[in-house]
Design a protein around this ligand. Structure first.
Ligand SMILES: Cc1cc2nc3c(=O)[nH]c(=O)nc-3n(C[C@H](O)[C@H](O)[C@H](O)COP(=O)(O)OP(=O)(O)OC[C@H]3O[C@@H](n4cnc5c(N)ncnc54)[C@H](O)[C@@H]3O)c2cc1C
Length: 475
């Protein structure tokens, strides 16, 4: 036991004190733990919107952690700057013997963490990092020849087999709260205006509230209906999914806690939910093994597509003014709350690439700017799937018909009415394609197309054919 020795635990995308691998390891090794969080200036400088809701989410989540630490006489050390200098500096200043953190698989994070490790080594400070964010990382699940999977179904089979062989991967990590360094922190989240310091504005009452308590409340609610997940998940007004993604993204809840509730696969809902958690790991694995996807198509030949860029229609898509109600409702939800159900992400992404014929990377970036749950691996995977440029993607000729999707998944138009209230008076039948209504019907619905709600920005049938031609140019 090294009870008098201090160690830093660097919190990043793991904002919780429970089942935290690095934290549990530091405690198990007998260290007095100093929890640290760095507002990474390099990441923050790239965010143009100074009211970005994710900063409020992070702030509230840190506050909840801090409150718990304070109840144990400790606190959370907050820093702002480049972690490559901030972490070594604080470790040196506080005379920490070791730094612990959980691994992150994004290319920027890998480079940053390697730099931090090198700087710590120069100072003779030990460092240890852990798998925490996923059940199986990078090269844990590979094909028999040792190469990474590129197709989801065999990957998921191998993933499940690995879990059966290694059930201890779901074991939770115990955190003893009495092991924290006791100190009075003048620069804590509660004592200092950190939002102002980092140049962002706090937003009251955001829709996706930060904090582990909110994550647990959402999970509790979802557990009561998980059995119905596979029947309801595609219907945006049925709330059939967990809505837990921002909490997984920032690690307010551990992946082990989630897999635990569905690993037995007692019914089709649990099986189907587990499958989605495996999709998450699949895309993490793809990003780790094929980091080129961050900037380019997984299938190289698709980098040659000459997208006919049209900034005017891109702006209309962003604002939810395409004239296609299901697309507009989803884009308005994204704009207002930073959320969007999976089925709608597929519809709007497919519409963007294959009907508007715009470069998937532009749409991907907008999602990255707006999504509360933005995760490079999942977002990139979703966009490359939708644009058919990715591994195991939809075939290029699979083009979602947004009108048919709308009729199927929002049959009574409830979701459309929520975000496009100007269309409220159209009948359930007409609301999916109101531009097809004659003037009399439009007057009855108190909404003239082209005046009160936009006409479609492009012609679906024409663009569909153009899309097939465009993709064939590189086939
Ligand atoms: C174009 C596009 C972009 C996307 N961008 C992101 C993103 O930035 N961040 C993100 O977390 N997910 C992304 N997804 C995946 C998916 O849409 C969201 O994870 C899901 O909508 C979150 O809602 P939920 O928590 O209710 O999910 P549930 O249906 O309850 O699923 C549980 C969890 O499984 C994971 N998951 C579910 N579906 C997927 C999937 N297809 N790929 C990877 N993980 C999945 C998520 O962590 C999710 O929280 C994207 C999908 C598409 C098509």
């Amino acid at each position: 036991m090294k009870s008098s020795n201090k160690a830093l635990v660097w919190f990043r995308r793991d904002l919780r004190l429970e089942d935290h691998t690095a934290l549990a390891a530091a405690i198990a090794q007998g260290y007095e733990v100093i929890p640290v969080f760095v507002f990474d200036k390099i990441i923050l400088d790239k965010i143009k919107d100074k009211k970005d809701l994710r900063l409020t989410f992070i702030y509230d989540s840190l506050k909840e952690i801090e409150e718990e630490l304070i109840s144990h006489g400790s606190s959370l050390t907050i820093l702002y700057g480049d972690p490559c200098t901030e972490i070594p500096n604080i470790a040196k200043e506080l005379k920490a013997q070791k730094v612990f953190f959980n691994r992150d698989y994004e290319p920027y994070a890998i480079t940053r963490d390697n730099n931090v490790i090198n700087e710590l080594k120069k100072l003779n400070i030990d460092v240890e990092n852990f798998r925490d964010h996923v059940i199986f990382e990078g090269k844990d699940v590979v094909k028999n020849d040792g190469t990474p999977y590129k197709v989801f179904t065999p990957y998921s089979r191998a993933w499940l087999a690995r879990l059966q062989q290694n059930p201890q991967r779901l074991k939770k990590f115990k955190v003893t709260k009495s092991s924290f360094h006791i100190f009075n922190n003048k620069l804590s989240i509660s004592n200092f205006d950190w939002m102002n310091r980092i140049g962002f504005q706090y937003t009251e009452n955001i829709f996706v509230k930060g904090g582990r308590s909110e994550a647990l409340a959402r999970l509790k609610k979802f557990k009561t209906k998980i059995y119905d997940y596979n029947h309801l998940r595609d219907f945006p007004s049925r709330e059939g999914t967990s809505n837990i993604s921002p909490y997984i993204r920032f690690g307010l809840i551990s992946i082990r806690e989630l897999v635990d509730i569905c690993a037995e696969g007692k019914n089709s809902g649990e099986k189907s939910w587990l499958n989605e958690l495996i999709w998450r790991e699949f895309y993490q694995m793809i990003l780790f093994n094929f980091p080129k996807v961050e900037k380019a198509a997984f299938k190289d030949e698709y980098n040659d597509i000459q997208w006919p860029t049209d900034n005017k229609i891109i702006e209309k898509w962003k604002l939810g003014e395409t004239g296609v109600p299901i697309v507009d409702a989803a884009m308005r939800e994204l704009y207002l709350y930073g959320t969007m159900p999976n089925r709608l992400r597929m519809i709007v992404a497919s519409y963007f690439c294959k009907i508007m014929l715009q470069d998937w990377k532009v749409g991907e970036q907008y999602f990255a700017d707006k999504l509360m749950d933005f995760d490079l691996a999942a977002n990139n995977g979703g966009w490359q799937w939708s644009s058919s440029t990715g591994c195991d993607a939809a075939p290029y000729f699979r083009i979602f018909n947004p009108y048919a999707q709308s009729k199927k998944f929002d049959a009574d138009g409830e979701y459309i009415r929520r975000f496009c209230p100007e269309l409220s008076h159209f009948s359930n039948k007409d609301i999916h394609a109101p531009h097809e209504c004659d003037l009399l019907k439009q007057i009855e619905a108190k909404c003239k197309i082209g005046e009160d709600y936009p006409s479609p920005i492009v012609n679906y049938a024409v663009r569909r054919e153009e899309c097939l031609k465009l993709y064939k140019t590189i086939k």
